[in-house]
Design a protein around this ligand. Structure first.
Ligand SMILES: C[S@@+](CC[C@H](N)C(=O)[O-])C[C@H]1O[C@@H](n2cnc3c(N)ncnc32)[C@H](O)[C@@H]1O
Length: 247
């Protein structure tokens, strides 16, 4: 049964917070300030989860999602928001996290790092009836890809090998790789950032947007302004992106 409510502030993970019968409810598919109908999909001790089933008063920057499976697939959280509003929502999430976790007041901006379509270099496709798809949010249900494939993936629609139930696709600087998860077979790929080559396992971590590694290294080095003789600890360093740049 759907409940009418006015949505509050944005929260992490594509949610907007609502209070339904006094209880905090994390709602997907909505935008702050919208009057909507929400179906509560999960009840928890501290909070519930729900999804917008009908928009009664839309945000001025609500748009029709470009992808026909947006909202069904668990991948893109904000395709129903225009690009400027997406950046503003992300700004608010970062500002709130910094304020709440670290007591830091941040008034920076979230900037676009293009390209905004077909940028995602790591994909984990699932297969249903021989066709590639992606998982629905918080579910094991496979949502089949639309005809044009995934609009954020570098490889929008992979060929699925006969009998495969999953397929990982990695579009590294050194080339295109496809393998069944857990069976990368010791392949090594090369990615380039900060003017250096980084060699890592094909199924190892690398920033998924092709410009992210450089943008993040630049931000870290500019903010830290490291000096000779100083020591830094790169926690959760992966292949050592930041340690390498600082060194
Ligand atoms: C989000 S990635 C970031 C990597 C790197 N800073 C970068 O930007 O390329 C986090 C990394 O931490 C590693 N990691 C997660 N938990 C870990 C643990 N308990 N001990 C060591 N490494 C861990 C992951 O395998 C991954 O390589």
């Amino acid at each position: 049964m759907a409940v009418e409510t006015v949505l509050g502030e944005v929260a992490h993970g594509g949610h907007v917070v609502a209070r339904i019968d006094g209880k905090v409810t994390f709602v997907t598919g909505g935008l702050p300030g919208e009057r909507v109908e929400v179906e509560v999909t999960e009840r928890g001790k501290r909070f519930d989860r729900g999804h917008v089933t009908s928009v009664l008063e839309a945000h001025a920057e609500r748009v029709t999602p470009p992808c026909p499976i947006a909202g069904l697939c668990g991948g893109c959280d904000w395709q129903h928001a225009g690009p400027g509003l997406q950046r503003e929502l992300k700004r608010r999430v970062v500002a709130e996290q910094l304020q709440r976790l670290a007591g830091i007041e941040w008034d920076g901006e979230v900037e676009e790092v293009g390209p905004v379509w077909h940028w995602r270099t790591r994909m984990h496709y699932r297969v249903a009836d021989g066709e590639p798809g992606l998982l629905a949010a918080r579910s094991h249900t496979v949502v089949p890809l639309p005809e044009e494939g995934c609009r954020i993936a570098v490889t929008p629609r992979p060929e699925v090998p006969a009998g495969a139930s999953e397929l990982r696709v990695v579009d590294a600087a050194s080339g295109h790789e496809e393998f069944v998860p857990g069976k990368a077979g010791g392949r090594v790929i090369t990615e380039r950032a900060d003017g250096r080559d980084h060699r890592l396992a094909a199924d190892g971590f690398w920033q998924v947007h092709p410009r992210a590694a450089d943008v993040l290294v630049d931000a870290v080095v500019r903010s830290l302004q490291p000096g000779e003789g100083e020591r830094a600890v790169d926690l959760y360093c992966g292949v050592g992106l930041f340690a390498g740049a600082l060194a």
